[in-house]
Design a protein around this ligand. Structure first.
Ligand code: PBG
Length: 345
């Protein structure tokens, strides 16, 4: 227990009121609170998202995400080893290529930065942690959209699916255990599943970004992947106004063979997370995204909130709302705190 924790002194007063229930009994000491806790954030529930940038020799800090870096291949390997050693649930890789084009070709190239990084990480950790790949084109396209463009400049759903299928096979061959399609194209899970099966990789799982909303809180991520995006993603990501639609997206992804599903962002979408968690027959993840991380860091840096308590409460709340696992940039620290608080370090 932390030294700052308040404990109520145990006293024996004669009650003045004959109350049937006194819920405060289960809040009197850290030990009884721990016993009564209904939700925990265990290291194995946490997935660390990481960025790897082509051509870096040293990790590069991100201004809008203090404490998060773009990795070099070497520092990425060390980060992956740490994730495995600390017993985290997994690591989700995002690649930042040196060259981009209209079709996002580097995403399908076995020598593209993300596929090389997947091979390096898998060689480092083997099966000791779950290696996941972001399956999307926005990091690889010169226009920054999550798919390829039609002549009129709109994102061409079905042309994009064809590319996603090839990208999926490349990521599977590079060693990913789980693919995370995040582009919100209609039919993406089914096309990816079929491509994997046809390539002889029925073993590779799909974590579907089922309910992914068009959010202002992705802001810092755009710096993290050096995004070239002009405009927004509102023709493919979901409208924050919509709740019922999330269950439709969930149903489609399940029908298409999703092994796990995700809600993203997390903190402004806990109602959606609850809805999905209540009916999903497969494990549910939630992604505490870059802007959610940045808000907590900024407030903490100003001394306006207690950083550790706020980080822990934020991820505990995401778990309580129904997430079986949480993607969070705080994953390593949360695991350290878990061990410390449970006498395991
Ligand atoms: C798309 C993708 C995004 C994130 C994960 N995958 C950005 C977007 O949709 O604009 C955001 C993650 C974060 O903000 O932490 N490849």
């Amino acid at each position: 227990t932390s030294p700052t924790e308040e404990t109520t002194p145990v006293t024996h007063r004669t009650p003045r009121y004959d109350l049937v229930s006194r819920p405060r009994r289960l809040r009197t000491t850290p030990a009884v609170r721990r016993l009564a806790a209904q939700t925990r954030v265990h290291p194995s529930d946490l997935i660390l998202p990481v960025f790897v940038r082509e051509g870096l020799t040293e990790p590069a800090p991100l201004g809008s995400m203090p404490g998060v870096v773009q990795h070099s291949m070497d520092s990425l390997r060390r980060a992956a080893a740490e994730v495995a050693a600390k017993g985290l649930g997994g690591i989700m890789l995002f690649g930042v290529p040196a060259q981009r084009d209209a079709l996002g070709s580097a995403g399908c190239d076995p020598e593209g930065v993300l596929n090389r990084a997947l091979r390096a990480v898998r060689a480092e950790v083997g099966d000791d942690t779950v290696v996941m790949a972001d399956l999307c084109l926005d990091e690889f396209t010169d226009h920054g959209h999550c798919g390829v463009l039609a002549e009129d400049g709109t994102v061409d759903n079905d042309a994009t699916l064809e590319v996603y299928g090839r990208m999926a096979v490349a990521q599977a061959e590079a060693g990913a255990h789980v693919l995370g399609p995040s582009g919100m194209m209609d039919g993406q899970v089914g096309v990816i599943r079929a491509a994997l099966d046809e390539a002889g990789r029925p073993d590779v799982a799909v974590l579907a970004y089922s309910a992914k909303y068009s959010s202002a809180f992705y802001g810092p991520f755009r710096e993290a992947v050096d995004s070239q995006l002009q405009g927004d993603r509102r023709t493919y990501q979901m409208d924050p106004a919509n709740r019922r639609e999330a269950l439709h997206e969930l149903q489609l992804d399940l029908d298409e063979g999703a092994d796990m599903v995700m809600v993203k962002p997390a903190m402004s979408y806990l109602d959606i997370l609850r809805d999905v968690a209540e009916v999903s027959p497969v494990p549910v993840s939630a992604y505490q995204i870059s802007g959610e991380y940045a808000m907590i860091e900024a407030a903490a840096a100003n001394g306006w909130i207690d950083r550790r308590a706020a980080v822990q409460e934020s991820v505990l709340s995401i778990r309580r709302a129904g997430a079986d696992s949480v993607l969070t940039y705080f994953a390593v620290e949360l695991a350290d705190w878990f061990r410390e608080e449970n006498g395991l370090s």
